[in-house]
Design a protein around this ligand. Structure first.
Ligand code: SF4
Ligand code: SF4
Length: 101
C-alpha cells in the first residue's frame, strides 16, 4: 500500500496515479475552450491576454487582446489529465501525485 495519500485504484484494483494540472501556457493557448469543457471540476477560467507585434497571434487579433485559459482553482483538480488529452496546443503542465508525496 502506497503512503502517498493522492494515489488511487482503478475499479479493477490496479494502482492509478493522478497527475494534477499546475499550469497552462498562455503563450501557446488559443482559447478554444476544449479543456474547460472536458474538465469535470472547477479548475479553469478564461482571462484576457495582450497580444503585441512580436506575438505569433498578432495578425489574428486586431484589438490586441485575446482570451486564454488559466488555472484559477488548482486545488479542485482530481488529476484525470483529460484537459491535456484534448488540448490541440499541448499547453498544460501536470504534476504527478508521486511528486507531491
Ligand atoms: S486534470 Fe482533470 S480535473 Fe484536473 S484540470 Fe485537467 S481535466 Fe480538470
Ligand atoms: S484546450 Fe489548450 S488551447 Fe484550448 S483553451 Fe485549453 S489550454 Fe487553450
Amino acid at each position: 500500500m502506497s503512503d502517498n495519500k493522492y494515489m488511487g485504484l482503478t475499479r479493477g484494483g490496479t494502482p492509478w496515479e493522478p497527475s494534477f494540472v499546475s499550469d497552462v501556457d498562455g503563450a501557446k493557448c488559443i482559447g478554444c475552450g476544449r479543456c474547460y469543457k472536458v474538465c469535470p471540476r472547477d479548475v479553469f477560467d478564461l482571462v484576457e491576454r495582450e497580444v503585441d507585434e512580436d506575438d505569433d497571434m498578432y495578425d489574428d487579433y486586431e484589438d490586441d487582446v485575446m482570451m486564454v485559459m488559466t488555472v484559477s482553482n488548482a486545488d479542485d483538480c482530481i488529476g484525470c489529465s483529460a484537459c491535456a488529452a484534448v488540448c490541440p496546443k499541448d499547453c498544460h503542465t501536470h504534476t504527478p501525485a508521486s511528486a507531491l508525496a
